[in-house]
Design a protein around this ligand. Sequence first.
Ligand code: NAP
Ligand code: MG
Length: 400
Amino acid sequence: MGKIQMKTPIVEMDGDEMTRVIWEQIKTRLLEPFIDLKTVYFDLGLPNREATGDQVTEDAANAVKEYGVGVKCATITPNAQRMEEYGLSQMWKSPNGTIRAILDGTVFRTPIMIDGISPAVRNWESPITIARHAYGDIYKAVEYRVETPGKAELVFTGDDGTENRQTIFQFEGPGVIQGQHNRDASIRSFARACFQYAVDRKQDLWFSTKDTISKVYDRDFKDIFEDVYLTEYQDKFEQLGLKYFYTLIDDAVARVIRSKGGFIWACKNYDGDVMSDMVSTAFGSLAMMTSVLVSPDGKYEYEAAHGTVTKHYYRYQQGETPSTNPVATLFAWTGALRKRGELDGIQELQDFADRLEKCTLDVIQEGTMTKDLAGLWEGKTAARTVSTDEFLAAILQRMN
Ligand code: NAP
Ligand code: MG
């Protein structure tokens, strides 16, 4: 049987540590034997970001804009300890932050559910997708530490010279202040991405902010969502029998816990950061979560939601055989391949992605899994805990 042929390449962004090792394994063992894999390769591993002055990250993000579909391995976001470990000239910015800023998108994260691993929340029957706005708020904030008594003010100077000035606080001692922003254009594209994703998935959309307290800032988000719904999506939602539901974030949290799942929960940037870890952990594991960044002009970047699994990597370097879960990284690849197949009209590629995902889940459902899942396993037969290597071998055997 000949290999599946691709038309347009996928933008491939390699990464760091344990996930870099797994990345190579997935490619050579599970993809290349079946597909004539076409990629445009960017090495986002920390040594190459240092060598290129982080230019490689920008080039990769622009390539995703050009080609339309990318897949990214987890990467190190440097801190002081990494500066020393890798002899860095600068504390390079988070690659995900750079890519999100260039693509200005929404990140959709969905847990992968498995028979035999039940969510910590008993009534959750279907996955909850978190849609996280990937622009602005505290991620683009300006912060300042106040050391002496004085007045903090919020000043806006219009290009026409007009000035708007408000007192934030009259300090009598030390404290902190912060300035945040967002743009209507970005919020509107976030809203569109969420409504469109809900239509594609045929699921209800929930959105939450704290507009009772933040009467201007969060209110802006609420109003823009409402406007996009009424002017662009209400008819489609009604035809499909879908619901758009807005509520306060604290009410949303309570309702999410009481729900059966099976909907999309749109969150502002920070809420999405926190809630996606909460939801994925409650569904089982960060390693069982798909993550895709969708830009307003329809570009897709697939990744794993977890990091580079540093602790496992250090032990691997000392000779230990890792039992790191490759599912999220593998599903980043299948997500990208399926989307490429859809965009290029290659049914075989879409079918391959479906089959590889199914084989992976079947292997787990029949009791063979990495250590992280074995601890959560409630299946009838006892779990067979295997190394990453053995797990990938079991998937390959099933594929054949
Ligand atoms: P992490 O890599 O997600 O790992 C934290 C812990 O979660 C691991 O020690 C492991 O727990 C468990 N874990 C995560 N993924 C797993 C997997 N696939 N299989 C099994 N267990 C898994 O987070 P971190 O240790 O905080 O960060 C490590 C590095 O990743 C940092 O340099 C950070 O900057 C980077 N990071 C990158 C991204 C990204 O590129 N998207 C996201 C987050 C963090 P046990 O040790 O208990 O087994
Ligand atoms: Mg986070």
